[in-house]
Design a protein around this ligand. Structure first.
Ligand code: ADP
Length: 479
């Protein structure tokens, strides 16, 4: 089976969030199921520099106003198709924003072009390779399904995956004429979204199947609280909606071989974590004593509940806990955390920035990871935590609820607990959970048992890839 995946970021070529991890891991995991996935992505400068050998497999004289080519390459086992369109992608800044953090004004055209290229590949653009299924990720690629629906490719099954419904790609109606679509596409059955053009909306309307990255999030997005205006449409398509939890790359995230940590360890040798804790204490200028170290590795945004952490920081320190934060994002939140760090020198440490190697040491050296997200489609950092004996303390929402088993009395005595969940998602909710966490910390046997049980959780792509493989097969059987 041939599958075309379309994504705006793919790890390890370029990454701003969990989407990249999924887009990078899925092709490799699916190969074990006899499926050949090729991934179409934009040719950002960082991507073009990293690809060693490329071959031109198609050209467009005019792709929504720009000349473009499709280059084929292989990178760390991933079969990549790069949309090389310098007019759209050869620029300074991130994938979506300029150097000052502002969205590029032509993002609609850039990602419509990516999607249109995906649809053309589905039409047979690349000699000798025809996808049986097209799988598009998030709003940046969702238009692939729309182009396919309105240009005579309805017979090829399409899947649109929602990694985060908060990002929808909504633009003014005036852009419609620039999309090169027939007028009927600007309708409730297509792109029209409260009078605007909705890229994700169009994808969710036209795709054969919709997936999101956890079963709980799949339920949540049918409600007004989490549906972000799309709950009506999602409810109408509930029969086509599936929630599949993400896995993680267990080769990259392996405490037994991780090159970024001070000392490797395994479930049977948790005492060796002490060296990592020591390295972390030094990196964050913390005072070493016998309290638990809580880490945070996150975008610093309201979604991630970073304000809740700031609110609880003093309370944690009063009880003998330490806080080590790695992240970047909202400047107001960065400021609040920096203020907490200067109030509590030696007890609260913060590193502002994006630092992949340090994120590994955080998981290996901290005792627990705090994830108080207000909503969390899947979340990856709790999965890394499970694998590294860094106990996840999570808000009971989305994928966090699906992947962490709360250490309540029943789960503790059944020896299945892997972390702590809390609700309501506010400072008092988190403090309630932390009271239980401190209690467990003072019972080392209980603590070690929760760590060990977490390390036994299956966080690999195995199960999830099998679910995607089943979904593709069931769609093909409907053709
Ligand atoms: P989201 O995609 O919403 O940001 P996820 O938990 O799904 O959240 O994925 C976040 C990914 O980004 C994880 O791999 C996490 O380790 C990584 N990450 C987030 N912030 C940082 C940072 N400051 N430095 C290094 N890695 C980070």
């Amino acid at each position: 089976m041939n599958i075309l995946s379309v994504a705006s970021e793919v790890f390890p070529l370029i990454k701003t969030g969990g989407l990249a991890d999924v887009a990078g891991a899925l092709p490799i995991a699916l190969a074990g199921h006899g499926m050949h996935m090729r991934t179409l992505m934009p040719g950002y400068p960082a991507v073009m520099q990293r690809l060693a050998k490329t071959e031109v497999v198609a050209t467009f004289e005019d792709l929504l106003g720009e000349p473009a080519r499709i280059l084929a390459a292989t990178h760390e086992g991933i079969d990549i198709l790069v949309l090389d369109a310098p007019g759209f992608f050869d620029r300074q800044g991130g994938p979506y924003t300029d150097a000052t953090g502002k969205d590029f004004v032509d993002n609609w055209r850039r990602f419509a072009a990516l999607s249109l290229a995906g649809a053309e590949i589905a039409r047979g653009l690349i000699p000798g390779w025809q996808p049986d299924i097209v799988h598009a990720h998030d709003w940046q690629a969702a238009m692939t399904a729309v182009y396919m629906r309105y240009t005579g490719l309805q017979h090829i099954p399409t899947v649109v995956t929602v990694h985060n419904l908060a990002f929808q790609g909504q633009f003014g109606p005036e852009i419609f004429t620039g999309l090169d679509l027939p007028p009927e596409a600007f309708s409730v059955e297509g792109l029209e979204y409260y009078g605007d053009v909705g890229f994700l909306k169009g994808g969710l309307r036209t795709a054969w199947s919709i997936t999101t990255v956890s079963p709980t999030y799949a339920h949540e997005i049918m409600t007004p609280e989490y549906g972000m205006g799309l709950e009506g449409l999602i409810n109408a398509r509930a029969g086509e909606l599936v929630g599949i939890v993400n896995g993680i790359d267990t080769a990259v995230w392996n405490p037994e071989t991780d090159p970024h940590i001070a000392r490797s360890f395994a479930a049977g040798s948790l005492k060796k974590r002490a060296m990592n804790r020591k390295a972390l204490v030094e990196r964050f200028n913390l005072i070493e004593d016998d309290g638990p170290i809580f880490c945070v590795v996150s975008r610093l945004t309201w979604q991630k509940g970073i304000d809740i952490i700031a609110e609880v920081a003093d309370w944690i320190v009063e009880r003998g806990g330490k806080l080590a934060v790695l992240g970047s994002g909202d400047q107001g939140l960065e400021g609040t955390l920096l203020a907490a760090a200067s109030r509590h020198r030696g007890h609260v440490g913060i590193v502002i920035g994006y630092n992949e190697p340090l994120s590994h040491l955080m998981q290996a050296g901290s005792d627990a990871i705090l994830i108080p997200s207000r909503f969390e489609p899947c979340g990856l950092t709790q999965l890394y935590g499970l694998r590294y004996g860094c106990i996840p303390i999570v808000a009971r929402t989305g994928g966090l609820a699906d992947t962490v088993i709360d250490a309540n009395e029943a789960a503790l005595s059944a020896r299945v607990a892997t972390g702590f969940q809390f609700t309501p998602i506010n400072a008092e909710g988190l403090r309630q959970a932390l009271r239980r966490v401190f209690k467990a910390w003072h019972e080392p046997k209980v603590w070690a048992r929760i760590q060990n049980q977490g390390m036994k959780s299956d966080v690999s792509w195995e199960n999830s890839a099998a679910r995607y493989a089943d979904l593709y097969s069931s769609l093909l059987s409907r053709v």
